[in-house]
Design a binder for this molecule. Structure first.
Ligand code: BGC
Length: 246
């Protein structure tokens, strides 16, 4: 089926119609910058603009950077508190004019990597991490997702560990790649202590620059960069819509 996938990130919304059978985008992705934190009206206007750009009124899968329980937005790290406790499916359906469903953004990206990317055919325990403004996490076992895992919010020195090791921290603090990788190793050690995955897939923008950091990564599990790059969030949001059923 064709679903409009929208990936809500810390600095932009990105979307495109996706063929869920092939995992391919059916048009060049449309990106709209947002403020950080982002007022709800601004974020929803961006979603509306993406739907209009593709003249879309069909199903809309939205990957959103928070826990999502029963379509409701949970604690929001980076977009701002004004989103919290709202029924995101209702908000995004109204904004886009299509039937929207909401999922955690890392869960969505993980679904895409498991189906079409670095996790394809992996039946053991796989931990997908997205490195961006925050750290997203998704855990799979025998191909099935355990939703709403929030490894980025493990406390570290009194703060969520994503504020120590996310990709945005590298840029903000002007860390070298080895310095950043050392922080990621600290994070991975904590994550491995909790769930002992066989495979760790690292996604987000850094997945395209794996030559810069992968050689410094130390973990018990095999660590590989994600293969779907920035499209994983969009494709995964569409897959999640289809999986959730009509
Ligand atoms: C949020 C997660 C999200 C991650 C990546 C974190 O701050 O709590 O839900 O998956 O950022 O966007």
């Amino acid at each position: 089926m064709i679903v409009l996938g929208i990936d809500v990130g810390g600095s932009a919304l990105k979307g495109a119609p996706v063929n869920t059978k092939t995992g391919r985008l059916l048009g060049e992705r449309h990106r709209i910058e947002i403020d950080s934190p982002c007022p709800t009206v601004q974020g929803l206007a961006a979603a509306r603009a993406i739907a209009r750009h593709f003249k879309w009124s069909g199903p809309v899968g939205v990957g959103f950077p928070s826990v999502i329980l029963d379509d409701h937005i949970g604690v929001v790290g980076n977009l701002g508190k004004n989103w919290e406790k709202k029924n995101g499916a209702v908000l995004f359906s109204r904004a886009t004019g299509g039937r929207a469903k909401l999922f955690n953004d890392a869960d969505a990206a993980g679904l895409a990597e498991m189906r079409f990317g670095a996790g394809k055919g992996q039946m053991g325990s796989v931990l997908m991490l997205t490195m961006g403004t925050g750290i997203g996490s998704a855990l799979f076992f025998r191909g099935r997702l355990m939703p709403n895992l929030e490894f980025g919010h493990i406390p570290w020195r009194g703060r969520p560990i994503e504020r120590f090791a996310a990709a945005a921290v590298r840029k903000r603090r002007k860390l070298t790649w080895p310095e950043w990788a050392k922080r990621v190793n600290t994070f991975l050690a904590v994550a491995e202590r909790i769930c002992s995955p066989e495979l760790i897939i690292i996604g987000g923008g850094v997945s395209k620059k794996a030559d810069k950091w992968l050689k410094y990564i130390k973990a018990n599990a095999k660590v590989v960069p994600a293969r779907m790059g920035n499209d994983a969030g969009i494709v995964g949001a569409a897959l999640a819509w289809e999986q959730a059923g009509k």
